[in-house]
Ligand binder design. Sequence first.
Ligand code: IMP
Length: 184
Amino acid sequence: MTERRAVGVSRVLIEERVLQERIREIAAQLDRAYGDDVPLMVGVLTGAVAFMTDLMRAMTIPVHIDFMAVSSYGASTKSSGVVRILKDLNEEISGRRIIVVEDIVDSGLTLQYLLDVLGRRNPLDLRVVALLQKEKADAIPVQVDHVGFTIPDEFVVGYGLDYAGAYRNLPFVAILDPAAAGIG
Ligand code: IMP
């Protein structure tokens, strides 16, 4: 972290090497799960971009990719409780095998909404991969088939995750220090 400008980050939670190792494990599980089928990976913009691009390249089976954007927290660290589609898929998903790739499951609201929307389009099956899931007693119980890491209920940034648009290009996951980030 010393050679990077990461003002507002209080400590590294998951180092780059550890992230990449775990991604290779999940990629191997996905390779085995689909065999000769070609799944469509659906990345949830914008936070899942880093994870999705590393995950798909760690996989050895052919995949197709598409992206969907849903409303997120904006410049806040709390969910508004309302989810809506900002960008829909380009691809039809009926009859196809879908892998939803999420950055983080917090309240579970976003994923619940996405699974509902995608499920109505009659995919052959839907699998969910989330890089991070917060330990939260009051989270909505929602389908997550592969979790990279379970983390404490703190606001994290890096590796695709942002606070007000910043920190996405950090190659590690770190805990945001609200005071140093100017929000405490
Ligand atoms: P949920 O709907 O509460 O599960 O939140 C899911 C979305 O909120 C994620 O896809 C992220 O975009 C965002 N989010 C939740 N927690 C964090 C965090 O700690 N850091 C950055 N973004 C987060």
